[in-house]
Write a protein that binds this ligand. Structure first.
Ligand code: ATP
Ligand code: MN
Length: 464
């Protein structure tokens, strides 16, 4: 009977020493002399490689020739305690089957130390590097932590639609979805495109947020969260924006803005704590490679209470900072990344939750404060990242919400179903959106959002 494969993550187990084992994976490096060769094999299950020791009395040069970086192997042999430093055990090869070769002349990951920019150009192969292996394993663990957190708190996972007919979500420019013939679309008499003939009988787009539907779920199930892809066609070529990203949006009936802040803080700390506990090797690798302070920064966020501060106070701090900002500060401005980072990195040196923004710079559905000028918004600002979460207590009052919709000329035909939540059994409720990739950025210490999603979608870039 064939020997069962052991994943490399499970091979560093003292109980297996002396056993015959089977491993499968890709060659990271091969070195050695004319008596013995060493192959570092990785199978993606862990950042660690297992060392395969090849005695040249048992294998010919000809047999070993195709074993170059990137080749895929099936190796069987005895697991033995290792003399070499940096590893606890290694495999004395008895049989080697080569699944696939990787021509050294053309395999792009031949040597170590490629720049992240170069690796973006070979995004189809970069998961095979140590860096992207680490990032993608951490990403998986964070996704799992998110589901675990909400499940343990009794939230229900609600799947909201990706194709939407409402263009009033207001969170950004949208990608249109259509099956009409782009070269020759049906037209109305006035020359405009006749969308009644389109697939859905109306104009549709990819969603920029699942929140509005999330509110329908929350006012039925009590507490829900969404976790799905989100699309924004903004042409913002920044290290923190993608055209396709993943968002987590909890929405909770009966929560006010304070409950909402408590939930956001507990949630984000839970995710960071989970990663520190379950992704130790990968985080340490990234810390060593890119960011010596990574673990310290994660621990710091985990163990410190976030500052909570009204927007108006933040403006005063920025005005009195003596700092020269590219975008000047005054009450009413939408804060830029430079302002957010000044507050978080220089002034408080802690994550900050800013609340009570001017209504003009926030979405129509946010609850109006008694001052008539500000709304119960909350943005969570993080070191290195800036805004990681945006949320609010929602306007639960039908008349006030309607007034806001009319003020902003949002077409009512798109909004009737949303307003029904306020017509029938309306309740105070709150929610927020966490950008998943911004969380992964923070936890991995990477600095460009293109490096924390397997296949980034950005302006002019959808190759792989
Ligand atoms: P920003 O001001 O950073 O562009 P936003 O205020 O437009 O973000 P929201 O509409 O509040 O974003 O979305 C909620 C969260 O989704 C943000 O706090 C952020 O973490 C994330 N997010 C928003 N836009 C993007 C994007 N283009 N790429 C990746 N994440 C995003
Ligand atoms: Mn926001």
């Amino acid at each position: 009977m064939a020997l069962k494969r052991t994943k490399i993550v499970d091979i560093f187990n003292p109980e297996l020493i002396g056993e015959k084992v089977c491993v499968k994976g890709w060659v990271r490096t091969r070195r050695g002399n004319k008596n013995v060769q060493f192959v570092a094999l990785n199978d993606g299950s862990t950042i660690k490689n297992i060392q395969i020791v090849i005695d040249l009395e048992k294998f010919s040069d000809e047999e070993l020739k195709p074993i170059t970086t990137g080749a895929s192997l099936h190796v069987e042999g005895q697991l033995v305690a290792s003399q070499g430093k940096g590893q606890t055990c290694e495999i004395q090869a008895e049989s080697i089957e080569i699944y696939g070769t990787a021509d050294p002349q053309t395999y792009p990951l031949q040597k170590k130390g490629h720049t992240l920019e170069f690796l973006r150009e070979i995004a189809h192969l970069r998961p095979r590097t140590n860096t992207f292996g680490a990032v993608l394993r951490i990403r998986h663990n964070l996704a799992f932590a998110i589901h675990k957190f909400f499940n343990e708190k009794g939230f229900f996972y609600l799947n909201t639609p990706l194709i939407t007919a409402s263009d009033c979500e207001g969170a950004g420019a949208m990608f249109q979805v259509s099956t009409l013939d782009m070269d020759n679309p049906p037209r109305n008499e006035d020359g405009s495109i006749d969308y009644t003939q389109d697939f859905f009988g109306k104009q549709t787009s990819l969603t920029v947020s699942g929140q509005l539907e999330g509110e329908l779920g929350a006012t039925a199930l009590g507490a829900i969260y969404t976790f799905g892809p989100t699309f924004r066609a903004e042409n913002s070529n920044t290290p923190r924006h993608l055209a396709e990203f993943w968002m987590i949006e909890p929405e909770v009936a009966f929560n006010d803005i304070t409950d909402n802040m408590d939930l956001a803080e507990e949630f984000i700390k839970y995710c960071i704590g989970y990663a520190l506990e379950n992704c130790k090797d990968d985080i340490e690798f990234l810390a060593q490679m890119y960011d010596k302070n990574l673990v310290e920064r994660l621990e710091f966020v985990l163990h410190n209470k976030f500052i909570r501060l009204p927007y108006t106070e933040a403006i005063k701090i920025l005005e009195n900072s003596g700092q020269k900002f590219e975008f000047p500060v005054s009450w009413g401005i939408d804060l830029q990344s430079e302002h957010e980072r000044y507050l978080v990195e220089k002034h408080f040196e802690k994550p900050v939750i800013l609340t009570d923004y001017p209504k003009e710079i926030k979405a129509f559905y946010m609850k109006l404060n008694d001052d008539g000028k500000t709304v119960r918004a909350m943005d969570v600002l993080f070191p290195q990242i800036g805004e990681i979460i945006g949320g609010s207590e929602r306007e639960a009052d039908y008349d006030k919400l309607l007034a806001r919709i009319e003020e902003l000329h949002i077409p009512m035909k798109d909004m009737w179903w949303y307003l029904d939540t306020r017509r029938f059994g309306t309740v105070p409720h709150s929610g927020f959106g966490l950008g998943f990739e911004r969380l992964v950025l923070f936890v991995t210490g990477m600095t460009n959002i293109r490096d924390v999603i397997p296949f980034p979608r950005t302006p002019k870039n959808a190759e792989f």
